[in-house]
Design a protein around this ligand. Structure first.
Ligand code: PLP
Length: 373
């Protein structure tokens, strides 16, 4: 889905995503590219093609339908769905489009096994275990019953076991990562002792950067770091994420430039009053363009390499910035994300200003018309 009829353009550097992928591969193991949610806003098909060209053979997506769309685009690699089938039509798509779903409960497993057996097909699945997220997954105590159940399901082929870390990017919570890792190691051992041959997958981006060597599980799921975000930015472990390069920038256009005299207020609610004579630019971006209203009076844009502050409330399709001292005219390009020099705005900056995480910034900015280079 793309927001139609606006001036925003989200530019994606696929070569930088590829460079990040290669960097993450250098930590070893089998790296699955997590391209769920339209590749975190960078474009599902474009991102998958670029990565496949660089040798990536396995992709993780967010739903079975997204996996089917990826398969239909011509993707030949393994497609793993991080959320498995929810509705009966999802079960059918698993088989029709050769998607390997995460399976998190017995009913889901039974439904898929019955459908696959009925069609004379084999369904490859990845078993999902909860080791501490308390979101989705079998628990450690389910392993014996799971093995027994699978023995009666010849149409199911288990190829992977996985679990997800809750605190991999928090250097103060590495103990919990260790607990999850130990629990998952016991689960995998139990499955293998029960005769299954599978890849084990625990680490996400932060796990790869900080913990992969502690565990040695063979498959790793790289998401946010593929898109150039250092999960440890601003923490004592920041150097762990060195070498990642951003791949997204978002620009828009200036609509109008005018003076704002000292004492005058600007925008809805009069939340900002000029304390000196200033010059403002009215920019074509607002919350309808996924430019959060939470940036009102807090965020910055980058104009000609300089940071310019948002003044007053972000409106539906317009936002005012203080450009005093910077030359600008209607039609000029202004960066919402990225930009030149010291004024460049990172996804981490935006996330801090609007009190979220870079993941959300990417997903939302990616809703705007995209360009690739
Ligand atoms: C999104 C997701 C990932 C990727 O996480 P990042 O922090 O972006 O690397 C890995 N595993 C699962 C289950 C996910 O949902």
């Amino acid at each position: 889905m793309t927001i139609a009829h606006n001036y925003l353009r989200t530019r994606v550097r696929l070569d930088n995503i590829v460079a990040n992928y290669k960097h993450l591969c250098s930590f070893g193991g089998h790296v699955l590219a997590v391209i769920k949610a339209d590749a975190y806003g960078h474009g599902l098909v474009e991102t998958a093609r670029a990565l496949a060209g660089a040798g990536c053979d396995a992709f993780a997506i967010g739903s079975v339908a997204e996996g089917a769309a990826l398969r239909q685009s011509g993707c030949a690699g393994a497609i793993v769905s991080l959320v498995g089938p929810v509705l009966p039509e999802d079960d059918a798509m698993v088989l029709d489009f050769d998607v390997t779903p995460f399976i998190h409960d017995f009913d889901q497993l039974a439904r898929l096994a019955a459908l696959a057996a009925g069609q004379g097909k084999k369904a490859r699945v990845a078993l999902k275990f909860d080791t501490g997220m308390a979101r989705l997954g079998f628990c450690e105590c389910d392993v014996p019953h799971l093995l027994e159940t699978l023995r009666g399901m010849p149409a199911i082929e288990v190829v992977m076991a996985s679990s997800h870390l809750a605190t991999a990017d928090d250097p103060n919570a590495f103990d919990f990562v260790g607990e999850q890792g130990s629990k998952f190691a016991r689960v995998c051992q139990g499955l293998r002792d029960g005769g299954l041959t599978l890849e084990a997958s625990l680490c996400n981006s932060a796990g790869i950067l900080a913990h992969a060597t502690d565990f040695g599980f063979e498959a790793r799921r790289a998401g946010i770091a593929l898109y150039g975000v250092n999960p440890f930015a601003g923490t004592a472990r920041e150097p762990l994420g060195a070498g990642l390069v951003p791949a997204m920038e978002t620009v828009t256009r200036i609509v109008s430039v005018h003076d704002l005299a000292s004492g005058c207020s600007i925008s809805y609610g009069r939340t900002y009053t000029a304390e000196r004579d200033m010059r403002v630019a009215i920019v074509a971006a607002g919350y309808a363009d996924a430019y959060s209203r939470g940036l009102s009076n807090r965020g910055y844009m980058c104009l000609a390499g300089k940071r310019v502050a948002i003044v007053g409330r972000v409106c539906m399709q317009l936002t005012a910035v203080d450009i005093t001292g910077v030359d600008a005219a209607p039609g000029d390009v202004i960066h919402l994300l990225g930009g030149e020099g010291l004024g460049a705005i990172t996804a981490e900056d935006l996330a801090t200003w609007w009190e979220t995480i870079p993941y959300e910034v990417f997903c939302l900015f990616g809703l705007n018309p995209r360009e690739y280079c």
